[in-house]
Design a protein around this ligand. Structure first.
Ligand code: NDP
Length: 420
């Protein structure tokens, strides 16, 4: 990128501004730990964690840290393998584009094959269940160290390499939100690597470890556990199959790489998204067949909405004359790009979020309705997507002006038809 292009100062601070940036790095890891401890207690109650809490010394395990570092190193090596195609990202401020290797699915397949070989040779994957808290603490330490490294190196890069949203000049805020847009060591893109691989594949490994633990303790995996594993496997497979789509997301295009994404990718996603499987190990559920059928249908409906909405927009953005989208109604904008106002994007302004939330509900239902804890994901995810929708809306209004207002009046609901 040309070092002459300057990124203007960030004036609008997000996530509660400076206060949010100060509190969230403490609050998020504590929430994650609290949920994990609650999940392992007999009551599994979000309101009353059973005592005694693990002593601070028990949270720290050097072996867990070594394992997390080995995992990151292993996924890093897979990322470097010359497998899969190399594609171009979205244009940067100066019009240049970065190259990205699309081999996340290869990384998943190789990891799955090695895990299968390991298990058949006697590897006790249930260790991940037993030391889950220590592993989550180790992953959090790794996220903090990575964020400190990212912020330090961002002080030495040309101003043109900074993120438009992470250039406030305030150390705390820029550390949290991410100061540099695309930190790279050679061709190794740190943000792109963390976005889909160690966390998403790690999430599946944790799910599988919970299944193995249940197998060990109860003699066989339950139907509820198999459903949670299968649904989340489908979700991660889908994300890696469509890995190229991540290059157009807010995370890659706008957001810098700082604590928010580093902690989210390396700790929060694998350890809190696997809470349902974790919960089932200590709180087995009997699911009647009609409930199984309903949950499977609900997940299929959510996936159908999520996938068709995302594919419709991606196809349209790549080639508006594609016969699959050419018949859809559109609104022109001053930028030359168009906005879809029929099809999925005419139903609500974020149909893909709607599908994602329907799936999130289907992932919690196998855990029964007696506990609130396995519903943490769908509750948190609703809040996250409502907030993300507002951030995206703000960006789109800046980008498209009156055309965006016209779209909003044609499509008044944001995520839930006739509700919100
Ligand atoms: P989206 O895929 O929803 O993309 C938003 C962008 O789409 C807008 O900025 C705009 O960009 C374009 N757009 C908006 N409306 C229209 C329209 N009517 N016609 C054409 N283009 C339009 O962004 P996200 O990155 O938020 O989500 C991607 C997927 O990832 C979603 O399915 C979401 O559910 C999922 N997700 C999952 C998370 C998880 O933790 N599991 C976290 C976050 C997201 P432009 O006009 O510039 O193309």
């Amino acid at each position: 990128m040309s070092s002459k292009v300057k990124v203007s100062r960030t004036m609008e601070l997000e996530f509660g501004g400076l206060l949010g940036a100060l509190l969230l790095p403490a609050l998020l890891p504590c929430t994650m730990l609290y949920l994990l401890i609650a999940c392992r207690s007999e009551a599994a109650s979000v309101l009353s964690v059973s005592f005694p809490l693990p002593a601070m010394g028990q949270l720290w395990d050097p072996q867990a840290l070594l394992l997390v570092l080995a995992w990151l190193g292993f996924q890093g090596l897979l990322y470097l393998l010359p497998l899969g195609k190399v594609t171009q990202g979205m244009p940067l401020h100066d019009g240049t584009r970065l190259s990205y290797r699309i081999n996340g699915l290869h990384a998943l397949v190789i990891t799955a094959l090695l895990a299968a070989v390991g298990i058949s040779c006697g590897l006790r994957l249930s260790y991940v269940h037993d030391r889950c808290i220590q592993l989550s603490v180790a992953a959090t330490i790794a996220s903090f160290v990575l964020s400190a490294f990212l912020y330090t190196r961002s002080l030495f890069v040309p101003e043109s390499a900074l993120a438009p949203g992470g250039n406030s000049g305030n150390l705390v805020y820029d550390f949290f939100i991410g100061h540099e847009l695309n930190p790279r060591i050679g061709t190794f893109d740190l943000k792109y690597f963390c976005e889909l691989r160690p966390g998403l594949i790690g999430w599946l490994i944790i799910d599988l470890a919970m299944l193995m633990k249940e197998w060990e303790t109860q003699g066989s995996p339950s139907l509820a556990m198999l459903l949670v594993n299968a649904f989340q496997l489908l979700y991660v497979l889908d994300a890696l199959w469509h890995e190229e789509a991540v290059l157009t997301t807010m995370d890659i295009v706008n957001d810098g790489f700082g604590f928010m994404l580093a902690f989210g990718d390396l700790s929060w996603v694998p350890f809190t998204y696997s809470l349902q499987a974790h919960f089932l190990v200590g709180h087995p559920q009997e699911l009647p067949i009609p409930a199984v059928v309903t949950i499977v249908l609900l997940n299929a409906l959510g996936y159908y909405i999520f996938r068709s909405a995302n594919s419709q927009k991606n196809t349209f953005r790549r080639n508006p004359s594609d016969p699959r989208v050419a018949g859809l109604e559109t609104i022109p904008t001053a930028t030359g790009r168009q906005l879809l106002v029929s099809g999925w994007w005419g139903l609500v302004r974020h149909p893909n979020y709607l599908g994602d939330l329907v799936m999130a509900l289907a992932w919690s239902l196998p855990c029964g309705v007696a506990h609130a804890l396995p519903y943490f994901y769908v509750t948190y995810f609703t809040a996250l997507l409502i907030h993300r929708e507002a951030r995206d809306e703000h960006q789109c209004r800046k980008k498209y002006g009156s055309a965006w207002n016209a779209y909003c009046s044609r499509v008044p609901y944001r995520i839930f038809p006739y509700l919100y």
